[in-house]
Write a protein that binds this ligand. Structure first.
Ligand code: ZN
Length: 273
């Protein structure tokens, strides 16, 4: 893999147009720190290695998968609708799909890449009460305190800029209900994935919360990641992203308070790290 030395000062991303197509493969990127660093901010890492394919904009989903050279369409029979994945990830998924099919198991991608703009629509619909959550509640009324509201939405949905679905490495398979995977046909699918997913590079990201995974999103039996690529991006996110950089949508002001990077981006199944 090609690495370039990348000099890092805190990046002011608030000025980035959220949905602007942009080249993500660059040899170097000049960054400046436009705002004073709060006292609680960890010291910036002075020098680090950053795979230049995975810039901070890439990690935060600030690109268009439809025009990105590393992405391709995913269509039937792998997905009922046109979606996008990284080419390397789709190739790995197709191998897994075929092996599953030979065992009588049908795998269908129900969600794939979502960029910052997609995730902003999902998040803000919940944040503003336009889309009801938690059994029909308007979040603005049920959780008027911004931190409480964020923590409730964060049971299931990521803040824009922090979703693994930005990366083109993560997929949701078959159904968005844990119940589906706990009996009958769904249980067979889940048992097959647990037994065979790893040999194709796939790992369940959001396992039950316990001592080894004390923070993060609720268990999602449907969300799987292609580790050979996402492990690198997770490490780059750990090194490069700071909560203060998460901005550009309603509710982003509590990103630091809830500890998005530490508690959510890194709050995953240790086996996927
Ligand atoms: Zn997912």
């Amino acid at each position: 893999m090609r690495f370039y030395i990348f000099f890092f000062a805190l990046i002011a991303l608030s000025s980035c147009a959220e949905n602007k197509p942009q080249a993500v493969t660059v040899a170097q990127e000049t960054v400046t720190n436009a705002t004073p660093v709060p006292a609680s901010t960890p010291a910036p890492v002075p020098e680090m290695l950053l795979d230049t394919t995975f810039t901070v904009d890439y990690i935060m989903g600030k690109f268009e998968p439809a025009t990105h050279p590393d992405f391709t369409e995913i269509n039937p029979p792998y997905s009922d609708e046109k979606r996008y994945l990284r080419k390397d990830v789709l190739a790995a998924f197709i191998k897994m799909y075929e092996a599953a099919k030979a065992d009588g198991i049908n795998l269908k991608v129900e969600s794939a890449t979502r960029n910052f703009a997609n995730q902003k629509r999902i998040w803000e619909a919940k944040w503003t009460g336009k889309r009801l959550i938690e059994g029909g509640k308007d979040a603005t009324k049920a959780w008027p305190n911004p931190k409480d509201r964020a923590m409730t939405i964060l049971k299931w949905s990521s803040m824009p800029g922090t979703s693994r679905h930005h990366w083109g490495t993560d997929i949701d398979i078959n159904e968005f209900e844990n119940d589906y995977f706990e009996s009958g046909k769904g249980l067979k699918v889940y048992e097959w994935l647990l037994a065979n997913g790893a040999q194709f590079g796939f790992c369940q990201v959001y396992t039950p919360k316990d001592a080894t995974r004390p923070t993060g999103y609720n268990e999602e039996k449907w969300h799987w990641t292609y580790m050979p690529i996402s492990q690198q991006i997770t490490q780059l996110a750990k090194q490069n992203l700071r909560d203060e950089m998460i901005s550009g949508f309603a509710g982003s002001e509590v990103a630091t308070e809830v500890g998005m990077v530490k508690n959510f981006i890194l709050g995953i199944n240790q086996e996927c790290l």
